[in-house]
Ligand binder design. Structure first.
Ligand SMILES: [Zn+2]
Ligand SMILES: [Zn+2]
Length: 462
């Protein structure tokens, strides 16, 4: 251990919330940022996206991304714009999907700023996007692809290795070895039962671990006898009464899983064959990534090459085609993003379908506090859309089987799978109660020191 140059770990985000993942490892003057996420959800958190980055972006040598979700990669364009010049390391799957996700993020930011300018409801004057499409294109030129498994030497005594996390295509846990001090970041961990991705790999040994706790205080219900019974029953009921089914789903990953489930339900005669619309050019691009031959080794061998094999599958590519779905001529299923209904095309579908008693909204997976998705899941009788309140008369259903996060048992099992127990586990990426509950379980069941760090807290490793 080099006492003149202690290795440190600093928590720059994802404390007390599931969003804004950013961790800084510092060793002998070298700075490596693991994840560069955006804050999402409640306004108090989102406001942090507008604050200057807590350390100078120019002083960071490398960024490593665990996966493509915005809460892990979405701040990167701002970091590059504000002076970061180094490489951004990630797997091929993450690179392909992060490009899609960041381009969409810039587009939504630019469009929301435009709408706010027109509507006069912005707090900024004039309304500005957080970053632009040009910032995104510049950040993409910094991407460097890494294979799962073997370590990559970043220089300055720091190596990183990426291990399969089975959360979304390309997702990884990241092992940072800084001068012999090893710290393992779980990234977001998937479930052993992910319907499309091969199971995660066993975590490597490390003295320090940073683990997510999205479901740190929850256990997923046992899978029902019939897979996706909640979705299947909702579709049958809704179509029978002449309504339409709206499925808010992240374009990347969740839409692919919903399509895979629908294609199985149709094949098994569980739901009638009605038009299924994918209302997102971004989801169609992500679907192509899941079909990429070079990424096939991440997919379960039993999944057919076309995981969205639905004869009535249609794409709504243009905004006009999307608008037309607000007055469907026949009952149909519409899959549209964003998954927590915070933005994107799903918002205008909600405005039209929520007041309709015959229609149904099926929520798929985690809904963060402060999002419209969470409000709907919690039984809101009206939600605010584009400055107006819209009554909720449609049926609201949650299909928890779409969760791509390990539950508390799965998180503890991942730690227990390490070749030897770590010395200290830092529990992040959860709402406070979930993080505290997981820390308590880790202490009790694994006899390991478990801490819920505070924002900005810096700890010495080794
Ligand atoms: Zn994620
Ligand atoms: Zn996450």
């Amino acid at each position: 251990m080099d006492h003149d140059h202690p290795t440190t770990l600093e928590f720059l985000g994802a404390t007390g919330t599931v969003t804004g993942s950013r961790y800084l490892v510092e060793h002998a003057g070298r700075r490596v940022l693991v994840d560069c996420g955006l804050y999402q959800g409640e306004r108090g958190w989102r406001r942090r996206n507008w604050e200057p980055f807590p350390v100078s972006p120019a002083s960071i040598d490398d960024v490593v991304l665990t996966h493509c979700h915005l809460d892990h990669c979405g701040y990167l364009p701002a970091l590059v714009r504000d002076g970061f010049t180094g490489p951004v390391w990630m797997t091929e799957g993450t690179a392909v999907l992060t490009e899609i996700v960041l381009r969409d993020s810039a587009h939504l930011n630019e469009r929301d700023a435009e709408l706010a300018r027109a509507g006069g409801w912005s707090r900024h004057d004039p309304p500005l996007p957080l970053y632009t499409s040009a910032d995104v294109e510049r950040s993409i030129t910094h991407f460097r692809q890494v294979a799962f498994g073997p370590p990559v030497d970043l220089g300055g005594g720091v190596q990183v290795a990426l291990h399969r996390a089975a959360h979304v295509l390309g997702s990884a846990s990241v092992l940072v070895d800084a001068g012999g001090e090893r710290v393992l970041f779980s990234g977001d961990l998937g479930r052993a039962t992910h319907p499309v991705l091969r199971p995660r790999s066993a975590p490597p040994a490390a003295r320090t671990v940073v683990i997510e706790s999205t479901y740190g205080d929850r256990r997923h219900p046992a899978p029902p006898g019939r897979p996706h019974a909640a979705l299947a029953d909702a579709v049958r009921r809704t179509i029978a009464r002449g309504g339409s089914v709206l499925v808010p789903a992240f374009a990347v990953d969740r839409t692919e899983l919903v399509l895979e489930a629908l294609s199985r339900l149709i094949r098994d005669g569980e739901i009638p064959l009605v038009p299924v619309y994918v209302d997102s050019p971004m989801a169609l691009a992500a679907l192509a990534a899941y079909r990429r031959p070079s990424l096939r080794e991440e997919i379960r061998p039993e999944v057919p090459p076309d995981l969205a094999d639905i004869p009535t599958l249609r794409a709504a590519r243009t905004p006009e085609e999307s608008m037309a779905l607000n007055r469907p001529r026949v009952p149909c299923i519409i899959i549209s993003s964003a998954g927590m209904a915070t933005g994107g095309r799903v918002v205008h579908h909600l405005r039209h379908l929520l007041p309709d008693r015959d229609s149904t909204v099926v929520l798929t997976g985690y809904q963060a506090v402060g999002t419209r998705g969470r409000a709907l899941r919690d039984g809101a009788t009206e939600v605010k859309i584009h400055g107006r309140y819209v009554p909720v008369r449609a049926e609201i259903v949650s299909d928890e089987e779409f969760s791509v996060h390990a539950d508390a048992d799965g998180l503890v099992a991942w730690l227990a799978d390490m070749p030897e127990p770590p010395e200290t586990v830092y529990v992040t990426h959860g709402e406070q109660d979930a993080s505290l509950a997981l820390a308590t379980r880790i202490r009790r069941e694994l006899d390991v020191t478990a801490v819920v760090p505070r924002l900005g807290e810096r700890v010495r490793l080794g």
